[in-house]
Design a protein around this ligand. Structure first.
Ligand SMILES: NC(=O)c1ccc[n+]([C@@H]2O[C@H](COP(=O)([O-])OP(=O)(O)OC[C@H]3O[C@@H](n4cnc5c(N)ncnc54)[C@H](O)[C@@H]3O)[C@@H](O)[C@H]2O)c1
Length: 223
């Protein structure tokens, strides 16, 4: 994979909710240490105005904390919030998708023709797009719309637990490109977040997505 930045990969995170903020924190702790990655993690923020009148992206860059979706946790000074989608992704060769699933298609359409050649993606999104023709997995939606390789990372993960460095595990699903999957695993793994890889995108993505359906059903049964 050519990255064209003096040999360093550049990471952008598309999404800055609860899991997007925690993922950015996790990634930034690694990019600051690993020589093959540029320190900075650009995090696209769906801009909101806080009750104080301040913009969410400005607040994140000033306090290094997402006071709305992850209060009380420092993200790292190398996480840079950017409310402009195009600017957030323009230099990246590694893209992390982590928005609620219903926004992905619209985001991907805005990104067509705006990405660097050879960019790799990973989806942390649980859910699927249900169309007239049938259900479509989010990784497929990303690959089909943008023409890029897209791995998935799923686990029984609670963002707030990972934010306070409680031990968790996740699995990366990939198709054919094991090198890309290993690069993602290196980028996400920390002593408290263990990541395995498996050559089965659909299996990993469906397990991640359907476990939430089972969890809701189990919750109803306990009422
Ligand atoms: N939170 C978790 O513990 C967790 C764990 C694993 C996986 N996930 C998955 O991660 C994904 C993101 O979940 P989350 O918990 O970070 O979400 P969240 O509910 O915390 O955040 C919602 C995000 O959507 C943004 N948003 C609102 N309107 C928008 C629009 N029109 N366009 C684009 N963005 C908009 C908000 O600004 C916010 O950043 C989901 O697919 C979820 O299943 C979450």
């Amino acid at each position: 994979m050519e990255n064209g930045h003096a040999g360093k990969h550049r990471v952008a995170v598309i999404g800055s909710g609860n899991w997007g903020s925690v993922a950015s924190r996790l990634l930034a702790s690694n990019t600051a240490k690993l020589p093959s990655f540029h320190d900075e993690v650009r995090m696209w923020v769906f801009e909101e105005t806080l009750p104080t009148g301040e913009k969410l992206s400005e607040s994140i860059n000033q306090a290094h904390e997402n006071c709305k979706y992850l209060p009380g946790i420092k993200l790292g000074t190398n996480v840079i919030a950017d409310p402009d989608l195009e600017s957030a992704v323009k230099d990246a060769d590694m893209l992390v998708f982590v928005t609620p699933h219903q926004f992905v298609e619209g985001i991907c359409k805005k990104l067509v023709g705006k990405l660097r050649p050879g960019v790799e993606a990973i989806s942390l999104i649980k859910g699927m797009e249900v169309k007239m023709e049938g259900p479509c997995m989010i990784s497929k939606l990303i690959t089909d719309t943008l023409g890029i390789n897209c791995c998935v990372l799923m686990g029984a993960n609670i963002a707030n637990e990972i934010a306070v460095e409680k031990f968790s595990e996740a699995t990366i699903g990939y198709r054919e490109d094991k090198e890309a999957a290993n690069r993602w695993a290196k980028l996400f793994t920390t002593p408290y977040f263990l990541v395995a890889i498996v050559e089965d995108i659909e299996g990993v993505e469906l397990c991640g997505t359907l476990k939430n359906v089972v969890a809701i059903a189990a919750g109803f049964c306990m009422q």
